[in-house]
Ligand binder design. Structure first.
Ligand code: SAM
Length: 335
């Protein structure tokens, strides 16, 4: 099952590259004009080096990019800009911070963020071993990436991962909370405000393991914020979204989302961060992506999106986006 789950990263990467190819990303409303070209350059450089590493994966991703639908592209656009803008808000309101991206896959956010924010002291990318070594090979074998991230690697032959003072790639199974916490405790500072990102990770984890991970991280870091993006199954009696999604994933890839129907509403999804403790204060906000589309995307930006591709499945877009959520959970321990 872990191997099948790892492959979901190629879907995330194809979606991101398709949204860039069709002009959805980077979004003018959310980007500095001077970041637009470097965003495209970094993603195309990653894809080009990936081609030399695996023709098979390259072919698969290329095929998905060419057949991308507007509903998918808008979904990727929304998920990316909504997360990016909350990440930047966190970076702007704190002096010294660290970011932990759990189930990072091929996400390349670290480039913009490390380059733009000197107060970002550590950025950790964690995923399964194979995914991390794959990403490591691409980063290390691309001059642009080595230079931009100031990567070092003293001993390639013993499998040492490329790293810098501020950026680390970490291979681990996040279901093993004890090992994950040992790594985080050795590489990060519990007293520095910490942002945890889980973008389409928790939906693939069993309930007990994902809850243990949430509890352990919140207990360890004194002040933090968690951004989590996932699908929810839907809790209305006639809502078949989650059941259909589960059947499709099972039949087409033998893939499970174990908690899709357990955390099937915004309220139940958010309940996992609602830590009952006198010592920890939490503040949780959760929106579905349709609400975010309507509240955060400016009219000019909506007009720009409309012109990129003809969208006749507006109702389908609404149904899909009401079944994806972005949670923002902030916590602080009493002194
Ligand atoms: N977060 C990235 C993004 O949104 O572009 C990748 C999302 S991909 C759908 C899910 C990622 O979570 C994959 O890279 C997968 O390997 C990783 N993942 C899932 N379960 C994991 C686990 N137990 N330990 C480590 N990584 C895991």
């Amino acid at each position: 099952m872990d191997r099948i789950i790892q492959q979901t990263d190629y879907d995330a990467l194809s979606c991101k590259l398709a949204a860039i190819a069709k002009g959805y990303l980077p979004a003018p409303q959310f980007s500095d004009p001077n970041e637009i070209e470097s965003y495209k350059l970094i993603h195309s450089a990653y894809f080009n080096t990936l081609k030399t590493h695996s023709r098979r994966i390259y072919g698969k991703i290329n095929k998905s990019i060419s057949s991308s639908f507007p509903v998918m592209n808008i979904g990727t656009y929304l998920r990316t800009v909504a997360l990016d803008s909350q990440i930047e808000t966190f970076l702007q309101k704190n002096d010294k911070v660290q970011i932990i991206n759990l189930g990072c896959g091929s996400d390349l956010r670290m480039f913009q963020l490390l380059n733009k924010y000197d107060n970002l002291t550590k950025y950790l990318d964690l995923d399964f071993k194979d995914s991390i070594y794959f990403k490591n090979d691409i980063l290390w074998n691309t001059e642009l990436f080595r230079d931009t991230l100031h990567l070092e690697r003293s001993n390639e032959t013993d499998g040492e991962l490329a790293h810098s003072d501020r950026y680390k790639l970490i291979s681990c199974d996040l279901k093993d909370t004890t090992n994950t916490m040992t790594i985080l405790q050795s590489l990060t500072d519990s007293q520095i405000p910490t942002l945890v990102i889980t973008e389409c990770l928790l939906c693939y984890m069993p309930q007990l393991e994902s809850q243990t991970l949430i509890n352990s991280i919140i207990s360890f870091y004194r002040v933090g914020e968690w951004l989590s993006y996932d699908p929810i199954g839907g809790d209305q009696p006639n809502d078949r979204f989650g059941l259909i999604m589960q059947t499709n994933l099972r039949e087409s890839r033998n893939l499970e989302m174990p908690t899709l129907m357990t955390f099937n509403s915004k309220e139940s999804y958010a309940s996992r961060w609602n830590i009952i403790s006198n010592d920890i204060k939490t503040n949780i906000d959760i929106k579905d992506m349709w609400e975010i589309f309507n509240s955060d995307i400016e009219p000019t930006e909506k007009q720009r999106l409309k012109k990129l591709q003809f969208l006749d499945e507006f109702e389908e877009l609404k149904v899909m986006q009401t079944h994806y959520v972005l949670l923002n959970a902030q916590w602080e321990h009493a002194l």
